[in-house]
Write a protein that binds this ligand. Structure first.
Ligand SMILES: [Zn+2]
Length: 559
């Protein structure tokens, strides 16, 4: 989801800083090196790209997928080659048995994240690296020495760090239901002169906005998260949130708690438990690895005059469109699933793009006739046409096919508090889906699909089942992403409602979608620099699409 921009002028103004940022990117550095076979090759360190090696003359054993003409990414190198690349790129570094003394050479290109990624195997271990160097500022300076302890070495460098090290939240390893229970168990309920509250003791490394507000409330908007963090600090008698120490007791007024954390006996908690019960009862819909008889509709959010969220030189529309196109391509190549898209960019068709240089201004919702997302304020219409179109496709499919094998995925990227990182998935909370809804004809743009449909009705049981199926799918999908080392939100990555501007809200595309299984996936948080950098990288988008398709296949597999 993201900000909506009204006119082309507003769009041009909003994009102005984006263009300037793109020009300010520091250029890569290249250093010559000698490979063990005597070949002279260039090593390159690029802004947010990390190390790359000129591939043509490398020894065969140096590259996992065999020799190549182009630049080889560090991740593609063998363990031996990684060690050689690091020692060649950072020739001043001092390698000892118990650790490496790393000298910062190019502060404009290096970051703590990059160091963690090169030496420990994953950038998300940056907090561990910072802990090992408590005196160093997070912003790198030329000549600074960073100690990389042996305990942080990746398997490739002879250590035993296999993925992302434990951060402060041991619950991250649990499945969704257990994780939410674990979070709940950390709360105690009480009452004082100001009313009922849930109390929580901050643990080491936890911050008020992420580990309290983002986890225990449904707020995600950065301003609303900050406002609530301030309110909770005040309520808890904390004068300055920057001075918070581990063990600090905070009081969260119960009215701000998300459903799973409401007090015993509350209706919200009862409903939450009903859904969990339904998830346990849900029988997997099987289709086999080829996804035979599965009907999938892919919806790339925003597009046309609406570029969606923007931060760090990335805007939402083109990037999520590209990921959805990659998913589409893989599904068409490797499976028998029937796949449709709700939106098409006429300039590119359904092609994937490695290079995305500017926001694409033309996009059409694929209704009959197509609806161009280019009017003065087209979103109020196009948001609804997406589900109207998808439901029309599902209705046609259900005449012959199994309506249980219908899947709807909406692709977005959000702009949350910059500390939030990775993918978050929204499922249709049963309580937020209405029993019936009909889109007024005046908002249907006169499309054929509107005349045939444009309305939905669901029984209570259906709403419960849809949430349960969608949760099951979302959970498998997150596992699949994590297996591919794609970051996932660390506080409740599956949600069934958003709280915004004083009301609970469920995006229309999943609120009214008739698919048996439906999610809205926020692939990354654009305000987080690393997430934005990932999204810019076509290799990341491809990995993301591959992991997503693996998740779909896992969901429908015969067990
Ligand atoms: Zn969006």
């Amino acid at each position: 989801m993201g900000r909506r921009l009204g006119s082309p002028l507003a769009l041009a103004l909003a994009l102005a800083p984006l263009v300037m940022m793109a020009q300010a990117e520091p250029s890569p550095v290249q250093v010559p090196a000698e490979a063990p076979n005597g070949a002279r090759v260039w090593l390159r360190l690029g802004f947010r790209k990390g190390i790359q090696v000129q591939g043509s003359q490398l020894p065969e054993r140096f590259v996992k997928s065999g020799p190549t003409e182009g630049w080889v990414a560090y991740a593609e190198l063998s363990p031996e080659a990684k060690r050689w690349a690091l020692q060649s790129m950072f020739a001043d570094d001092d390698w000892q048995k118990d650790g490496i003394r790393h000298y910062v050479r190019w502060p404009e290109l290096e970051s703590v994240w990059l160091m963690a990624s090169l030496f420990s195997g994953h950038g998300q271990n940056y907090d561990q690296l910072q802990k090992a160097n408590p005196k160093n500022p997070g912003k790198l300076r030329k000549g600074d020495v960073w100690i990389i302890p042996q305990a942080l070495f990746s398997v490739d460098l002879g250590g035993d760090v296999k993925g992302v090290l434990d951060r402060s939240q041991p619950e991250d390893e649990l499945d969704d239901e257990q994780r939410v229970s674990a979070y709940r168990a950390l709360l105690a309920f009480g009452e004082d002169a100001e009313g009922r509250f849930a109390s929580y003791h901050l643990r080491k490394g936890e911050a008020l906005y992420s580990s309290v507000v983002m986890r225990y409330s449904d707020r995600v908007d950065p301003k609303e998260v900050n406002d609530l963090a301030q309110a909770i600090a005040k309520r808890s008698g904390i004068p300055d949130v920057r001075g918070i120490q581990p063990g600090q007791l905070v009081k969260i007024p119960v009215e701000f708690l998300a459903d799973p954390f409401q007090p015993e006996g509350s209706q919200a908690l009862t409903e939450e438990r009903e859904v969990r019960e339904e998830v346990r009862r849900t029988i997997r819909v099987e289709a086999g690895p080829k996804l035979n008889g599965v009907r999938i509709v892919l919806d790339a959010g925003h597009g046309g005059v609406d570029v969606g969220a923007m931060a760090n030189g990335v805007w939402e529309s083109d990037y999520v469109y590209d990921i959805s196109m990659r998913v589409r391509r893989i599904l068409e190549q490797d499976t028998e699933a029937i796949v449709s898209s709700t939106i098409r960019y006429p300039d590119y068709g359904f092609k994937v793009r490695d290079r995305i240089t500017h926001p694409t201004h033309s996009a059409q919702i694929l209704t009959t006739p197509p609806f161009a997302n280019d009017g003065e304020n087209p979103n109020a219409v196009s948001v609804h046409l997406r589900w109207v179109l998808a439901n029309d496709l599902f209705a046609a499919f259900a005449k012959k096919g199994d309506a249980q094998k219908t899947l709807f995925i909406s692709f977005h990227a959000d702009a949350l508090h910059p500390s939030a990182h990775g993918t978050m998935i929204y499922v249709p909370g049963a309580a937020a889906v209405p029993a019936s809804f009909a889109l007024p004809a005046s908002r249907g743009a006169g499309v054929l699909e509107m005349k045939r449909g444009g309305k939905v009705s669901f029984t209570g049981k259906e709403r419960l089942q849809m949430e349960a199926h969608s949760r099951l799918f979302a959970e498998g999908l997150l596992k699949s992403l994590e297996l591919e080392q794609i970051p996932v939100h660390s506080n409740r990555p599956i949600r069934n409602i958003i709280h915004r501007a004083g009301r609970n809200y469920l995006p229309a595309v999943i609120r009214y979608s008739a698919a048996a299984t439906k999610i809205l996936v926020e692939v990354a948080n654009l305000t987080n620099e690393e997430d934005a950098a990932s999204l810019k990288d076509p290799a990341f988008r491809e990995r993301y699409a591959e992991a997503l398709v693996k998740g779909i296949r896992a969901y429908y597999r015969r067990s």
